[in-house]
Design a protein around this ligand. Structure first.
Ligand code: AMP
Length: 216
């Protein structure tokens, strides 16, 4: 199964992708994670992507399309995957159509996780992760059971994304509306768009997505 999780930054794409992939044997392909990794390793792609990411703008289509094209060639994608954060422009969506068609693959569904803008800012500026195992937390909505200690691995170091500050978040949301939201009618016109209410709680959103997938 090949899925796209589409939604604004902070809508819950990554969180829900993690939950769905574990249950359905899919893997999560997050271009944001891949780019952050490239930035941390100071690869040529990372050096080129860094300024755009810090400004809340998009990295060039050519870079992200190449990253995804290389990634889906790997064996672990054979059982299906969830695209999280890609495509983000019409040009990327067209490139994805072409790369799937060239491999005889079919996009099963695009899941829109719909969340209001005001809620996005609050969600993003409060989130942080365990530096050791990457488990996600939030200042208000999901704190560790023991303060300062990761529930999953016992780690005591936590990190926040550099672009999760109030200023950059506003740019990222504006970028979403300008460049990524046009993908909704693009996929609706192809009959693959399914919308879930991302304002609901974590478990409820997961249930909604599972119902959509079961009905495919
Ligand atoms: P994310 O982790 O999905 O919120 O992505 C973090 C940042 O990485 C974005 O704000 C962009 O600067 C960049 N990025 C991630 N995916 C893409 C993409 N598909 N196209 C362009 N830029 C991207």
């Amino acid at each position: 199964m090949i899925l796209i999780f589409l939604g604004a930054p902070g809508a819950g794409k990554g969180t829900q992708a993690q939950r769905i992939m574990d249950a359905r044997g899919l893997i999560q392909l997050s271009t944001g994670d891949m780019l952050r990794d490239a930035v941390a390793k100071e690869t040529p792609v990372g050096l080129e992507a860094k300024a755009a990411m810090n400004a809340g703008a998009l990295v060039s289509d050519a870079i992200v399309v190449k990253i995804i094209e290389d990634r889906i060639e790997r064996d672990d994608c054979a059982g299906g995957f969830i695209l999280d954060g890609f495509p983000r422009t019409i040009a990327q969506a067209e490139a994805l159509d072409a790369m799937l068609a060239a491999r005889g693959l079919k996009l099963n569904a695009v899941i829109e996780i719909a969340v209001e803008d005001d809620a996005l800012v609050k969600r993003i500026t409060g989130r942080y992760t365990c530096a050791a195992c990457n488990a996600g937390y939030h200042d208000e909505f999901k704190t560790p059971k023991v303060e300062g200690v990761c529930d999953e691995c016992g780690g005591t170091e936590f990190t926040r994304r550099k672009d999760d500050n109030a200023e950059t978040v506003k740019s990222r949301i504006a970028t979403y509306h300008e460049q990524t939201a046009p993908l909704l009618p693009y996929y609706d016109g192809r009959g693959v768009l399914r919308k879930v209410d991302g304002m609901a709680g974590f478990d409820d959103v997961t249930d909604q997505i599972n119902r959509v997938l079961d009905a495919l």
